[in-house]
Structures are given as structure tokens and as C-alpha cells.
Design a protein around this ligand. Sequence first.
Ligand SMILES: [Zn+2]
Length: 64
Amino acid sequence: MEILKLAPDMTVELKKPHPCGNRNFRILRVGSVCRTVCIGCGRDMDLDRVKLERAIKRILPEEP
Ligand SMILES: [Zn+2]
């Protein structure tokens, strides 16, 4: 299992989509609880870091 290096401003794709249908989330703050915002609907939410890491499918490349 690869180690994820989470950092603020990263965009990640999760395995499960948000209720709005979007899978991409931006990470706002990293800690034992991470704050993420859904790119589709703009709703932010706090996720336990371990759960977030398990939910990540891939890290998306930085957008120019
Ligand atoms: Zn959403």
C-alpha cells in the first residue's frame, strides 16, 4: 500500500462520489482530521484522516 502525502491545495479523486455526483475534492487542511471541499458543489466537510486516505482513489495532478 502506497503512502499518501496529503498536503493542502491538493486535489484528490475519491472512490465514492459525493451525493452531488462529483468525485474530486480539494484538500484545505491536513491534520488528524482533514478538511476537504467538494469541487462539484463547494460543500466543505471534515474527514478523519485515516478514512480519507482509504477513500482516495488517486491524487490528481496540479492544474496549471
Ligand atoms: Zn458535492
